[in-house]
Design a protein around this ligand. Structure first.
Ligand code: SF4
Length: 356
């Protein structure tokens, strides 16, 4: 089974370099081949709003591949229908990164396309994505109002011309996203899960998770993302469909996770939207790590359970007897505890449903 490398923190550049080094990502670049970085710039939104990939992910990739002798590096992306890619790249701070490192940015809305045979027929794909020696998929793990979750597989939709993006919607999104993922099959994916929005791909309600992870199987990473967000596989059918189409393996186990640091090294949960405040009104938080708190928020959000029970979370509760539900190993003194460090949102959601 492919490994998933994971790191906690807030410095996207440094986290990206460490992930690439730990996984020895340079081995994936063909000799003398080019690298095309494909971030998520769905709209002209800041990464802090939970919509777009942090600029530090790009600079981290560029630094790493440059240091390993790769000369031909570019950034490629096409925003969603209705927004201008170049406006979006400036809003996300990519213009500064590209200028600093002398790396070209290509708007895929203006690129040439070629038809690619997929499990559901031919799909027109932008040539710069097809011709890259290594296509590096740099999605944000976040919610989506139609597909519930968007991450590694759905990010590839930005490699299409606008007419094909519209056709995907007409076909119901699930099958075409799966077919595109199986056809492109990116061999390196670095997921920005620092502060993805819970339910809208265009951002606005970011949830600070302070986490990034890297892998070589987009299906596996999306399956892991489902678990982190507390979602059931049937809620996001394109992941299983892509596996059926030969895009990768959806299964993962704890043994597949390579943790580069502890979540307690991440910064505390810094910002709470009105939604988060409302969801967590009965939560007793005491020095909770951001990843732990985000698992709880995601679980409360996805289960939509009106919460009456007292819930305890955070390192400040270590060694104490707690009258309610404990989240994470720090709260093992609670009547019922969801173990893990941090537990996934999936595990927390199960516990919330059981105490109803
Ligand atoms: S269980 Fe404790 S140390 Fe682990 S992530 Fe949660 S708060 Fe942090």
């Amino acid at each position: 089974m492919a490994k998933i490398y994971q790191i906690y923190g807030q410095d996207a550049h440094e986290m990206t370099v460490k992930l690439l080094e730990a996984s020895d990502a340079i081995r994936l670049v063909p000799s003398g081949g080019s690298v095309a970085l494909k971030p998520n710039l769905v709209i002209a939104g800041t990464p802090e709003s939970g919509s777009t990939t942090h600029a530090g992910v790009l600079s981290g990739c560029i630094s790493y591949f440059r240091d390993h002798g790769v000369e031909d590096i570019s950034v490629i992306e096409g925003s969603w229908v209705g927004d201008e890619t170049m406006r979006a790249m400036r809003r996300a701070g990519y213009d500064q990164v590209c200028r600093k490192y002398g790396v070209p940015f290509y708007d895929l809305k203006k690129d040439q396309t070629r038809p690619v045979q997929t499990a559901i027929g031919k799909i027109d794909v932008c040539c710069r994505a097809l011709d890259a020696g290594l296509l590096v998929d740099l999605p944000v793990l976040k919610g989506h109002c139609q597909t519930v979750m968007t991450c590694a597989l759905k990010n590839l939709k930005g490699c299409l011309p606008d007419r094909e993006k519209r056709r995907f919607h007409a076909m119901g999104l699930q099958k075409p996203i799966a077919a595109l993922g199986a056809a492109l099959k990116p061999r390196l994916i670095v997921v920005d899960s620092i502060c993805g929005d819970l339910d809208f791909e265009e951002g606005g309600t970011p949830v600070q998770t302070n986490r990034m992870y890297l892998g070589t199987d987009a299906v596996q990473l999306d399956a892991y993302g489902l678990s982190l967000m507390g979602l059931m596989p049937e809620e996001v059918p394109y992941v299983g469909l892509c596996e059926q189409f030969g895009g990768g393996k959806a299964s993962w186990t704890e043994d597949d996770l390579v943790l580069l640091n502890e979540p307690s090294e991440a910064a505390p949960y810094p910002r709470r939207s009105g939604t988060v405040v409302s969801l967590t009104r009965n939560v007793h938080e005491n020095q909770a790590c951001s990843a732990c708190f985000a698992s709880l928020v995601r679980a409360l959000y996805t289960t939509r359970l009106g919460q009456k029970e007292d819930i305890y979370i955070g390192q400040g509760w270590k060694g104490q007897k707690l009258d309610g539900l404990g989240i994470g190993k720090c709260c093992r003194g609670a009547e019922t505890c969801v173990m893990g460090c941090p537990p996934t949102a999936e595990k927390v959601a199960q516990a919330l449903q059981e105490i109803r």
